[in-house]
Design a protein. Sequence first.
Length: 467
Amino acid sequence: MSLGIKHVQHGVVYRLKGPHNIRDHLGRVDGISQQKGQTLLLGLVLCGAGVLAWILMLELGQRVHDQSSLHRATDAAAYSAALMQARSMNLHAYLNRAQLAHQLGMAHLIAVATASQYRAKLANQASRRNPPASLIGAFFGPQHSMAYSSALSGGLESAVSQHVFRDAYLRHERHVHQALDQVRQLQLKGGEQQREHAIHRMLIANVGQSGSALKGHSLAQLGLSVSLTLDESKGPVEQYSGTDSVWRDFLTELVGQYGFLTERKRTYRNRWLVNPRCPFKRHELRRKGQLKLRSDGQWLSEESLSFHALRYNKIIGCYYREYPMGWALLNTHDKGAHPSATQNIVTMPDFSRQAFWRWSRAQSGGGLNIFSGKGNPLAQRYAQAAAVKWSAKGLGRYTQLKIGREHKPVRIAVKVFQKINRDNTIQSQATAQTYFAPPTSLRDRAKTPSLFEPYWRATLIPSVNRP
């Protein structure tokens, strides 16, 4: 009789008949169990490879991100250094222009102070009727008579106004020699430190706050080291004395744009014949004045007005008898710590006891020229004797581009290393430049770069040997 055995395996019902069938079936079951273990091992290997690839991808991505972050930070650092240089050069231009403005104001104060002194002398002569205003009007017209007489409305004294002008002049001078010069020195001495601070600040901001592998608020914490492979910012700006020709030419050109500060040379003549022996000469009214910047950086301002009456003498022939109507002379000098005004009392020559032409011949220096009719020699003598003197420091220092560097941009190259870990260091390099670029509307007038025009800009330029 056959033996029937039911066996259930994996939900399948087998009917086994006899011992041989049982052994065969058990062998098949054992093979299936062995195949199941090999599949699990292959899955574990594949999972491990995926995890390793994922880790490598993260590390590669982090390194690419770190390199990109360092490139961006290096570009920002180089550009910031060039921008600080551009701002410094523009500030020098603004300082120079502010200094020119102050010194132009000082020139106006000197001219106005001289005019005030001149008006006081006109008032004094008009009150003494020496010469009479009516005589001036008869020879040269009522406008000259009215101008001569109107000086009386301002009074005879100018001492009060002289102190006011002198104090205002002193305030301008303090701005030039103290405030502006102090800022200029800080820029000259602290420019390198400002650029270094800008480089460090940009590196920390762009590396430490951009998801870099390292975090921190200092170069050391971020593993950064910086070096300048090219630095042209130390030599282009130099300081010069205000007495040199460049500054004096700038200031003289600026002063010449104001009619009140320009030279006055006017001669008025009466229309009719005065003396048959002098058919080509007439009575003359000569107005002279100038504001001059001397080579030592000090100012000289003078004003004079004289009536030159035509005379004839058998000994010397036709000559001009001068009647000074107004005079003034103001100059600055570098002696003394504080500006001061001194005015000497002038005693007029007494021509009632000596003829004018004899007195003029007796003067030192070959006498006075009383024939050519070109100046007011007697009024100038009075002005020199009664000169007002202000002690002053003269023209202040200024900055300008070094000779030979006018058309060259100022370049700076920054090289940065970042140590991520013991075996991983990355680097980057960037170059920027400061260049002169005036607006389109001014490029025809501002072709030559200088520190008198604030048109300096910064930009990145291609960098060599960048990884």
